[in-house]
Design a protein around this ligand. Structure first.
Ligand SMILES: Cc1cc2nc3c(=O)[nH]c(=O)nc-3n(C[C@H](O)[C@H](O)[C@H](O)COP(=O)(O)OP(=O)(O)OC[C@H]3O[C@@H](n4cnc5c(N)ncnc54)[C@H](O)[C@@H]3O)c2cc1C
Length: 718
């Protein structure tokens, strides 16, 4: 049996408190034949327990966030950053907002909830923020800061539950400005599990901080006030909706059974009551005959059972029951470094309660932080009926199944004639041709990878003065069955097409095969548009890069679980990887540039040396942090990508640079879809920079100039 013969697809929707635990379990255990995909709206998940602490600046954003891409990488799962908008339970299919539909064998929904605004009319001019989902509240914090800065400080927190109090305390602590906060609800502190002493204490703290309470039901919110059901108006220029939970429309409209409040009904195993291949946990679910208040604590508890049940279900064993507690521990942040503890009839307020809260919260969140060289030895599990798995003899050349191919081609073209070759019309007698192969980065969305692989290859045609006219593609798809095969084929191809269409490039032929090592090989043909040669740089020409460098060592650091890179940093790397060079090249061409090269696997030094050699010149560089995607110089010092060593060995003898130069290593860093290096005549400097900045959202990066040939080829000034 092959190692990665995927026969079942587990899809997790939402990086909520429960699904992240499933992924964590997959970091330590591997189910042979299982392909796992996480679809979530952002690269990070917010841990609710620490959010009030983040608001009052006790914790940083990184401390309260779970990096979902990295979690997927360690779990051997694929991460798709997107929103699910529809579920077709009968076809076991999910529609996504941006990407192509995805099928599942087993599904786990942990998408949280949204603040309940059903009975409130919100005017467009109102400054009203929803506190759920909590990740959105965190994202909106910058906007809230701005509102407070503009002296709009009459705040109403609509709700009246314990979350409203915790939020109010955090806001008081966050801002130095005097705030006028009112907590307004139909009921105040109605939670059943809070004892009277705790309620009294919360109200006393609120009073002490100048926070008012008001009973009422809000029916509309305008820019300057709230209107209550009894017609009363309350001054307010900024409100927060903390009114309990609702679920998203796509779930409401699904065939999944709901309870009377609209939440997805699940049984004691956390399975939907009418679809036994769908688990639902957290705020989105309601357990039959065991309804509990929605909370992060509950979602965490459910996650502990969910992760076991997913393994048990997939390996064909008996599931375990979730037994919800009737009462649970509340730890509510109050003053700085103080918390209020509530458990049954116990109520304490003190520093030790805060310490306990921090200890519990950090204990949870730290499970999702990875350290370099962490031992990830995995225990192996078998899928149920894995003995029936087909054996891949590879006698067919490991071809992807014909039905997968025909279905895909039909979808894009209506043309089911599987040709092996195409006629390409060509105006010129000369064509440019290039071939490139890159291996899929583990856990990366294959669509994004398709895009990156096209742009990576396109650079060769652009650097040679051409435009892409046609391509042939060969796709290496993991050994897999039916819709897993389809997923890779479709995502790879659509990613490639999303860029190829911009070039009006013909996809002339293709091949796909199943392989242990997924990846894309592209042969691109181009037409020559302008003269470009490596030997036409002149002394005095300025040397520009179209975008920053660093994909090699940064990916090495990220996938080595370096704590020095956050999910935000990863997003920046991906953004750079998905940025094409076409506009940059057009700017250079219209500024008279005839010499350019793309920085690829051999790094900046090798490509610049090529131009210098061909043009019989040397170069003098002045480089600083602005040539880096990530400005942390320690990362550049510590991490090296495969390929660095060879690049260093083959070029360092041509370079004069101080051993102490902090950017020394960037010269040898291999790039995927790296920047274009362009030689621009000094007289065209302004024209080029203006043209470039008009088309691109960054400026071209000036790194030096060509000089008369000397002993060394590259001189890097201090
Ligand atoms: C101010 C405040 C403070 C709170 N403090 C606490 C506390 O101290 N302790 C506590 O126990 N609870 C607390 N809560 C409650 C807690 O926030 C929620 O109950 C908890 O976050 C629910 O967890 P979940 O796992 O169901 O979903 P979430 O944590 O909300 O995660 C859902 C995930 O799914 C993603 N998602 C949503 N829809 C889609 C979609 N269609 N497609 C793909 N992805 C999707 C979201 O982006 C998100 O990453 C607090 C709430 C508030 C408002």
């Amino acid at each position: 049996m092959l190692e990665n013969n995927f026969t079942k697809q587990l899809v997790l929707i939402g990086g909520g408190h429960a699904n992240v635990q499933v992924l964590k379990k997959l970091c330590m255990n591997r189910i042979k034949g299982l392909h796992t995909v996480l679809i979530s709206e952002s690269y990070e998940a917010t841990y609710s327990g620490m959010t009030p602490g983040y608001i009052h600046k006790d914790f940083s954003k990184e401390e309260i966030s779970i990096d979902l891409q990295r979690l997927c990488f360690n779990a051997g799962a694929t991460f798709i950053k997107d929103k699910v908008v529809k579920i077709e339970t009968n076809n076991q299919k999910l529609e996504l907002q941006n990407f192509y539909s995805i099928n599942y064998d087993l599904l786990s929904i942990n998408t949280g909830s949204i603040s309940n605004s059903k009975k409130i009319s919100l005017e467009n001019s109102s400054k009203c923020f929803f506190v759920k989902p909590i990740s959105v509240l965190v994202k909106n914090l910058g906007k809230i800061d701005q509102i407070i800065k503009n002296k709009k400080n009459k705040i109403v927190i609509i709700g009246g539950g314990v979350a409203s109090y915790e939020l109010a305390f955090s806001l008081v602590k966050r801002y130095e400005e005097p705030l006028k906060i009112t907590i307004l609800g139909k009921k105040i502190l109605g939670e059943k599990n809070l004892n009277q002493k705790t309620k009294n204490k919360l109200r006393a703290i609120a009073k002490n901080l100048g926070i008012k309470e008001y009973l009422g039901e809000v029916v509309s919110i305008s820019e300057t006030n709230l209107t209550l059901k009894n017609g009363e108006k309350i001054d307010c220029n900024f409100s927060l909706l903390s009114t309990g939970a609702n679920i998203d429309m796509w779930l409401l409209e699904s065939n999944l059974n709901k309870d009377e409040s609209g939440f997805i009904a699940v049984d004691k195993y956390l399975l939907s009551t009418n679809y036994k291949n769908i688990f639902v946990t957290g705020d989105a679910c309601s357990i039959e005959n065991n309804i509990r208040a929605k909370s992060g604590v509950m979602a965490v508890r459910q996650g502990e059972i969910l992760k076991e049940n997913i393994f048990l279900k997939i390996t064909g064993k008996k599931l375990i029951k979730f037994r919800p507690q009737k009462n649970w521990l509340y730890l509510i942040g109050t003053y700085k470094n103080y918390a209020l503890l509530n458990y049954f009839f116990l109520s304490f307020h003190g520093r030790w309660c805060w310490k306990l809260k921090v200890w519990i919260d950090k204990n949870f969140i730290n499970k999702f932080k990875f350290t370099e060289n962490q031992n990830m030895t995995k225990k192996n599990f078998e899928l149920e009926n894995s003995k029936d798995n087909k054996m891949y003899c590879q006698g067919c050349g490991s071809k992807v199944s014909k039905s997968t191919l025909v279905n895909y081609i039909k979808k894009i073209d209506n043309n089911v004639d599987l040709r092996d070759s195409s006629i390409i019309n060509n105006n010129s007698s000369k064509i440019l041709q290039t071939i490139d192969h890159i291996k899929l980065f583990s856990s990366l969305n294959p669509f994004d990878f398709g895009k990156i692989s096209y742009l990576h290859s396109q650079n060769d045609i652009l650097a040679a003065g051409g435009v892409v006219k046609s391509l042939s593609v060969s796709l290496g798809i993991p050994f897999s069955r039916n819709f897993i095969e389809k997923f890779y084929l479709e995502y790879f191809m659509e990613g490639i097409k999303s860029e190829a269409n911009k070039d009006e490039c013909l996809i002339s032929s293709g091949h796909s095969y199943q392989s242990r090592e997924s990846g894309i090989t592209l042969t691109l043909n181009g037409e020559i548009k302008s003269n470009s040669s490596k030997n036409s740089a002149r002394e005095g020409d300025l040397i520009y890069l179209s975008k920053p460098l660093g994909t090699g060592y940064l990916l090495a650091a990220y996938f080595n679980n370096s704590e020095m890179l956050s999910s935000n940093d990863f997003e920046k790397i991906i953004k750079s990887l998905m940025k094409g060079n076409l506009f940059a090249v057009n700017s250079a061409r219209s500024s008279g540039c005839h010499t350019m090269t793309d920085i690829s696997g051999y790094g900046l030094s090798s490509h610049l040396i090529d131009i210098c050699h061909s043009s019989d010149l040397s170069s003098r560089l002045i480089i600083n942090k602005n040539i880096l995607i990530n400005s942390n110089l320690d990362l550049l010092k510590i991490f090296q990508s495969t390929g660095f060593e060879n690049n260093y060995k083959s070029t360092s003898k041509y370079i004069e640079i101080s051993e102490k130069h902090p950017l020394k290593n960037i010269l040898y860093d291999p790039q995927t879809n790296g920047p274009m290096l362009m030689a621009i005549e000094r007289k065209n400097k302004e024209k080029f920079e203006n043209y470039f900045s008009d088309k691109f959202d960054n400026k071209p990066i000036l790194i030096g100039r060509f000089v008369n040939k000397s002993k060394k080829i590259i001189y890097v000034d201090e």
